[in-house]
Design a protein around this ligand. Structure first.
Ligand SMILES: CC(=O)SCCNC(=O)CCNC(=O)[C@H](O)C(C)(C)COP(=O)(O)OP(=O)(O)OC[C@H]1O[C@@H](n2cnc3c(N)ncnc32)[C@H](O)[C@@H]1OP(=O)(O)O
Ligand SMILES: N[C@@H](CCO)C(=O)O
Length: 378
């Protein structure tokens, strides 16, 4: 098989009427003012929690997901959650985020597609936001999460933890609201988006927008499960290469042919088949317009914007902060975490994850991430 078939539905977004799973919701301020100008009316944030908030609300830990993650950090696959939690090994009794002690909170990012308001959701006129969804920035995601903290009665997080897009949000929390963050773990992120990251993202955005079913972002009500699946799949292929290391790809796949196929006769290399698989899986669980909105937010990220630059921004941090990077991350290379750790007041917080898995190492090397979390919360 040399082609990949995409199946229904037109968007991988969670929709009203789908099983809620463990999700809960809060309404956000309406309208929610946005950093880039404009506002978002009628929005809500979905989230999940584990453990119990203690009497003085001092045991709450905020966990923030990466680009295509969601609030389902832990727990089984079930109706409403097609996958097991993305850090399932780390959350639960006796685990690094020990739920006998900590109250763990995980929101789905604003603009996402798993319960928080995003382009696939209906606007006040009953039609999907689509292309009308406003430009949102990482700081807007954190503004929404601040409302979640207020709603839950959490004045100060015992820790804020996240990787990649989640790391940008953890950093923003620590810089913007130092009095509300006791400790932070920033994984596989940087102080600003790099040219390399923007370039890879740009190619992905072109892939999505070149799909004839993108329709300027207004595809959500197309019939027969149509949608920009091919474009989103191509974006995921590009992204997934950047999420892994050349050594890992070589070790796992080299130039092997996919079993039963021959590249000279219309078949695929094994690594092509692997990318096809990840592309297909993403189209089943993610909305292309959310992918665009959140990717653009990452490309616009600059912790120093409006704060006198990166150095001045990092100096605001009072939280005990660890900065984790993966030694083979080619998308957010280790020197970016070195810069962050050097700029954050306090002892050297750089911690290195050893892994062949590149940027995705923070999702895969859960033993090493667990050690960092234990150190942070000790
Ligand atoms: C686990 C989830 O998907 S959670 C859902 C929420 N998602 C997120 O939070 C996003 C973060 N998660 C991710 O990006 C990814 O899922 C990761 C990083 C965790 C995956 O990393 P890994 O565990 O190393 O998986 P890996 O990249 O090796 O891929 C394994 C898959 O490739 C498939 N595969 C491997 N080789 C091939 C091949 N030659 N051809 C086709 N498929 C292949 C495997 O069968 C496996 O399929 P499955 O995941 O459907 O069981
Ligand atoms: N593979 C992860 C990492 C992105 O930084 C994701 O899809 O969210």
């Amino acid at each position: 098989m040399s082609s990949v078939l995409y199946s229904l539905p037109a968007t991988g977004a969670w929709r009203e009427g789908d099983p809620p799973g463990r999700r809960q919701w809060i309404p956000l301020s309406s309208p929610l003012p946005l950093e880039a100008g404009g506002e978002l009316p009628g929005a809500q944030l979905s989230y999940e929690t584990w453990g119990e908030l203690n009497a003085d609300a001092s045991n709450a830990v905020l966990v923030l997901h990466a680009l295509t993650g969601d609030a389902h950090v832990a727990g089984p696959a079930e109706p409403g959650h097609p996958n097991v939690g993305w850090w399932d090994d780390l959350v639960g009794p006796g685990r690094a985020l020990d739920t006998d002690r900590w109250f763990v909170v995980a929101p789905n990012a604003l603009g996402g597609c798993q319960g928080s308001t995003g382009p696939a959701d209906d606007h006040e006129d009953g039609k999907p936001w689509g292309s009308r969804f406003p430009k949102i920035m990482v700081r807007d995601l954190v503004r929404a999460e601040t409302e979640l903290a207020d709603a839950l009665g959490v004045r100060r997080w015992a820790a804020v933890i996240g990787g990649s897009l989640g790391g940008m949000r953890a950093l923003e929390w620590a810089v913007d609201q130092p009095d509300r963050v006791a400790a932070a773990l920033v994984l596989c992120s940087g102080a600003t988006a790099s040219a390399e990251q923007i370039a890879w993202s740009s190619a992905q955005l072109h892939a999505i927008r070149s799909d004839p079913d993108w329709l300027g972002g207004d595809y959500h009500n197309l019939p027969d499960g149509r949608g920009p699946h091919a474009g989103l799949g191509l974006a995921r292929r590009i992204a997934h290469i950047t999420y892994r290391s050349p050594t890992e790809l070589e070790t796992r796949f080299a130039a092997q042919h996919q079993e039963g196929e021959h590249p000279w006769r219309g078949g695929r290399y094994a690594v092509e088949s692997y990318l096809d698989h990840h592309a297909h899986k993403l189209t089943q669980r993610f909305d292309a317009a959310s992918y665009v909105v959140l990717t653009e937010a990452m490309s616009a990220y600059d912790v120093g914007r409006g704060r006198g630059g990166v150095a001045a921004a990092l100096h605001r941090i009072t939280a005990r902060t660890l900065v984790g990077g993966v030694d083979t991350d080619r998308l957010f290379p280790l020197h970016e975490q070195r810069t962050l750790a050097d700029g954050i007041p306090g002892d050297d917080g750089l911690r290195v994850i050893t892994s062949q898995c590149g940027h995705d190492g923070f999702l895969i090397e859960t033993d090493q991430v667990g050690d960092m979390i234990r150190e942070l919360l000790a």
